[in-house]
Design a protein around this ligand. Structure first.
Ligand SMILES: Cc1cc2nc3c(=O)[nH]c(=O)nc-3n(C[C@H](O)[C@H](O)[C@H](O)COP(=O)(O)OP(=O)(O)OC[C@H]3O[C@@H](n4cnc5c(N)ncnc54)[C@H](O)[C@@H]3O)c2cc1C
Length: 377
């Protein structure tokens, strides 16, 4: 009998794992479950937010998966028992030989106080589409991109949002009447890469974007239009774009898999403390940033580990915590950081400056993944 591998979540991590496993020629039956009808790259939220593309243009529909051996089910996972590896959805139940939880992170928009009433977010599709509706009427005042708490997905994203906002407002001719600032919990835009951080700060200086380090926004006062900062200070705003508080999905919190908010995993192979249950990507507390490329490399590591086990031997490469991050700098230019968190004694993250060529490379990155994950051209 084939080994039944059940993968919960068809995001960056789940898609990579299912594609790698299916391509290996091992005897597995793969069940891939997601509540949505399609995948959208995190970075496509910028396309939606600034009205560059429509949702349909950036959606990769799961119905198009033609990879042999992968059965996709559009269902909501409602319970996970990691001891028996039984998963219940709104329509079915599944018993897994190997269970992989790749359900990502969700957002809590009810904290901090005032955020739901007084702010916007561009981290969800719905949020990005709402921002898109309000941007055309924002012609003067103060825009604040503020981080509400850690951890959060894609460390460069708040700064990317600000640089793209600058480009958008400049193209509309209203930039001189608008101040832009970014509130970051860190001393620099991306602590893992000093050169990338410096390039972002240089661009900020050139484009008159303020960087407010070592702060988080602890609340909004929508009546006064003021963002409250951790150090007791405050920042007036007319448009507040928050990076929301992240949490594991409720079904994960209820499963007993999470400890201190996230699922702990073995660093080398992403195993949880439950036999034959793995977790990958944003849902874990693996020592890497929450980003698609690290979810993807985790998917690859689990695939290699399972393939070696199914073949009865071999020594799979341990999880490298590595990935290529593209950073939007505005003016259609993109920079690149090749981050490696786990293979050496420390983090390495060389940076390649913004260019139109790297913007093309980023487009190619998306095309390659669509082909690999969906099995179609
Ligand atoms: C604005 C922005 C820009 C970004 N830019 C980049 C970038 O340039 N590069 C990069 O690498 N990362 C980027 N990211 C981060 C990236 O999108 C995430 O880190 C990545 O998607 C995480 O992958 P994952 O597989 O862990 O989770 P996800 O890709 O979030 O997948 C989780 C899946 O689980 C499903 N799910 C959740 N709960 C249930 C349930 N109960 N039942 C069924 N299905 C469920 C969801 O529908 C989802 O499809 C960006 C994020 C944002 C918000």
């Amino acid at each position: 009998m084939s080994t039944h591998v059940v993968i919960l979540g068809a995001g960056f991590g789940g898609l990579e794992l299912s594609a790698r496993l299916a391509a290996a020629g091992v005897d597995v039956a793969i069940t891939l479950i997601d509540k949505n009808e399609g995948f959208v790259f995190g970075f496509s939220k910028f396309e939606l937010m600034f009205g560059r593309q429509e949702l349909d243009d950036v959606s990769l529909y799961y119905r198009d998966i033609v990879t042999p051996g992968v059965q996709f089910h559009q269902e909501l996972v409602t319970s996970i028992d990691p001891t028996t590896r039984r998963v219940v959805t709104d329509r079915n139940s599944y018993d897994a030989d190997v269970l992989v939880v790749a359900l990502g992170a969700e957002y809590d928009l009810d904290v901090p106080p005032g955020f739901r009433e007084g702010g916007y977010e561009f981290y969800s599709i719905a949020g990005a589409l709402r921002v898109r509706e309000v941007l055309p009427s924002f012609t003067s005042g103060r825009a604040v991109v503020g981080v509400l708490g850690e951890p959060y997905k894609c460390p460069p994203a708040p700064c990317e949002g600000a640089m793209l906002l600058d480009e958008y407002l400049t193209e509309r001719g209203v930039r001189p009447d608008i101040e832009i600032s970014v509130v970051s919990p860190w001393g620099m835009p991306i602590p893992a890469s000093q050169p990338a951080s410096q390039a972002i700060l240089d661009r900020f200086a050139e484009r008159n974007i303020a960087f407010i380090p070592d702060q988080v926004v602890t609340g909004l006062d929508p009546a006064k239009k003021v963002a409250l900062l951790r150090d007791g200070g405050s920042l007036p705003y007319d448009l507040f774009l928050g990076v929301p508080i992240h949490r594991v999905p409720a079904v994960v919190a209820e499963s007993g898999l999470a400890v201190d908010g996230w699922i702990p995993v073995e660093k080398t192979n992403l195993a949880t403390r439950f036999p034959n249950v793995y977790a990958i990507g944003d849902v874990t507390s693996a020592p890497v940033p929450k980003a698609g490329v690290f979810a993807e490399s985790a998917g690859r590591a689990v695939a290699e580990h399972l393939i070696a086990e199914l073949r009865g031997g071999g020594s799979p490469t341990p999880y490298d915590g590595a990935g290529t991050c593209y950073i939007e700098f505005g003016d259609r230019k993109v920079g690149r950081v090749d981050a490696d968190f786990l293979t050496g004694p420390g983090v390495t993250a060389p940076f390649y400056g913004p260019s139109l060529e790297k913007a093309e490379e980023k487009r190619e990155f998306a095309v390659i993944r669509r082909q690999r994950w969906f099995g179609s051209a």
